[in-house]
Design a protein around this ligand. Structure first.
Ligand code: GTP
Ligand code: MG
Length: 170
């Protein structure tokens, strides 16, 4: 029989890293060049089939602007999974991602599945964060890591699918 799993998922990361764009790509298959900065947070849902289960993601797309930082625990508390997003062309966003990982490891759910997404992988010529650096960091911190592009759709479905596979089956 097909099992049904509901999973609360939160996206965290610096302003402009591409959180909303990843969600828009995953949920609607679209990309917008001038995506507006998120205010507070936005909610989406999307259901996918994985092996013997149907996984319904309840997605909280948070705002990266610092003034919203204090709201973040409302969204990651009780979350089954998190995607921490940085922009491969922006080292500051990578530093910010590490801070989010630290915060999640300190205050988040102990069993939370955490993915690190190096987004904007289509902008290879502007790359500032190497794959190796991020991969090493991810391994040291028990995250799984993928470079993604919301623009070209590279690894977007894949990162959600990998999370779905790792979720505990009720
Ligand atoms: P906040 O809501 O302010 O925290 O930002 P965000 O993380 O949601 O970023 P958003 O999705 O709004 O993307 C910021 C900008 O980057 C937008 O202009 C997007 O079009 C662009 N962008 C997002 N993902 C990609 C990508 O994979 N490749 C390229 N080239 N641009 C991207
Ligand atoms: Mg946003």
């Amino acid at each position: 029989a097909t099992k049904s799993v509901n999973a609360k998922l939160v996206l965290l990361g610096d302003v402009g890293a591409g959180k909303s764009s990843l969600v828009l790509r995953f949920v609607k298959g679209q990309f917008i060049d001038f995506q507006e900065s998120t205010i507070g947070a936005a909610f989406f849902s999307q259901t996918i089939a994985v092996n013997d289960a149907t996984v319904k993601f309840e997605i909280w797309d948070t705002a990266g602007q610092e003034r919203y930082h204090s709201l973040a625990p409302m969204y990651y508390r009780g979350a089954a999974a998190a995607i921490v997003v940085y922009d491969i062309t922006n080292p500051i966003s990578f530093t910010r991602a590490k801070k989010w990982v630290q915060e999640l490891q300190g205050q988040g759910n102990t069993n939370m599945i955490t993915a690190l997404a190096g987004n904007k992988s289509d902008l290879l010529d502007a790359r500032k964060v190497t794959t190796e650096e991020a991969q090493t960091y991810a391994e040291e911190n028990n995250l799984f890591f993928m470079e993604t592009s919301a623009k070209s759709a590279t690894n977007v479905n894949e990162i959600f699918y990998e999370i779905a596979k790792r979720l505990p089956r009720a």
